[in-house]
Design a protein around this ligand. Structure first.
Ligand code: ZN
Length: 371
């Protein structure tokens, strides 16, 4: 797997000049199969990045001294700065050119390489919502051979993260502190009512009848009208035509998801299984950026044994803290170095407007890709 270093602060400083620049005009749009696309050539040109073919007509890289995106024709799998992600629509090939779904370009890729073009950022995070998944009669997944139950380790990591965040000066709202079931929509409501600036949901993964698969995945809510990662191949199209409240924060969830993804892999040295998307009920109604993490597979005995260790669970919590801090640092930079801490009693931040492309429903892709 690729090991990608955390983006150095020097790089963030380098981007500072760009960060305060106004977003350029939208790229020319082409429509294929009722979906809007932008050409990779136009994107590279607008970004001031170099386009180079890795496999003629099929696989290309768009790069500069700070970032590198890799895209493959007829595939949803891409990479940014060495980490794997799954786009909502496949990259398509037309006349020897590759085209990227406009929504993916604007709200999944652009936030990672030109965050300053995403509009006014939310305030730097003060209140963090920590969501230990499952609880009570909802056990989540379980490794019966090793006696590791997901709801228990989720809560342990959540409480460790709460302590770390509070020690770092953040305020924390946690959706459960004991072994009780909390309905998924209630988790979002708890975060919203506390004025949370971001939401981190903690889970561990599993597969049925597969004890070999291992590694780390992070999830954000799918972009409006896009399928989730569960809805490709022969399975039904689960795209939703209307935007959910959390879609208002797509660009910022992308930056948060990447920061947490990068931090988990750098800390845990697990396999990168990618940044994916899923219509998660705990995330749908949130009024802040959100990410769900599946740090390791309990169905894999080696990873379950690691998760059983308190030292490993502390590492997960520390990686999540580092991811939140990297995201906070990015927002501070975008805001021109304003202090992260708002005065006591400061009102909750205004919500950023929906991007224009979120107001008009995007047609869902009809071309299935690899997932
Ligand atoms: Zn779970």
């Amino acid at each position: 797997m690729v090991r990608a270093a955390l983006r150095p602060l020097a790089l963030a400083a380098l981007l500072g000049g760009v960060c305060r620049a106004a977003a350029p005009a939208p790229l020319p749009v082409e429509r294929f199969d009722r979906t809007e696309y932008v050409s990779a050539v136009d994107a590279a040109d607008r970004l001031g990045m170099r386009l180079s073919w890795r496999a003629a007509g099929r696989q290309l890289a768009i790069s500069d001294s700070a970032h590198r995106m890799e895209l493959t024709a007829e595939s949803r799998e891409a990479s940014v700065d060495g980490l794997k992600l799954y786009l909502g629509s496949s990259v398509v090939s037309r006349g020897g050119r590759l085209y990227i779904c406009r929504a993916d370009y604007e709200r999944r890729l652009l936030p990672l390489v030109r965050p300053a073009w995403c509009g006014a950022p939310p305030r730097a995070p003060i209140v963090i919502a920590v969501d230990p998944g499952h609880g009570g009669v909802d056990h989540g997944t379980e490794n019966l051979r090793l006696g590791v139950q997901e709801k228990t380790v989720n809560l342990d990591v959540g409480l460790r993260l709460k302590r770390l965040l509070e020690d770092a000066g953040f305020k924390v709202v946690i959706t459960r502190t004991n072994d009780t079931k909390v309905e998924l929509p209630l988790r979002a409501l708890i975060a919203n009512q506390a004025g949370a600036d971001l939401f981190v949901s903690i889970h561990f993964n599993s597969l049925t009848h597969d004890t070999q698969t291992h590694g780390t995945e992070v999830y954000t809510f799918p972009l409006q009208a896009q399928r989730s990662d569960q809805s490709w191949g022969e399975r039904e199209n689960d795209s939703e035509p209307l935007a959910s409240p959390v879609n208002r924060f797509d660009c910022w969830s992308s930056i948060l998801g990447d920061a947490v993804h990068r931090s988990l892999l750098n800390t845990l040295h697990t396999e990168d299984r990618g940044w994916k998307t899923k219509h998660l009920a705990a995330l749908r109604a949130l009024t802040c950026p959100a990410v769900l993490v599946e740090s390791a597979y309990l169905s894999n005995d080696a990873e379950a044994a690691r998760v059983a260790s308190p030292a490993f669970r502390q590492q997960v919590a520390e990686a999540l803290l580092a991811g939140v801090r990297a995201y906070a640092a990015q927002l501070e930079l975008l805001r021109g170095g304003q202090p992260a801490r708002a005065p006591a009693g400061a009102p909750p931040p205004a919500q950023p407007p929906l991007p224009p492309s979120a107001l008009a429903p995007l047609s869902h892709p009809t071309r299935p890709g690899s997932s």
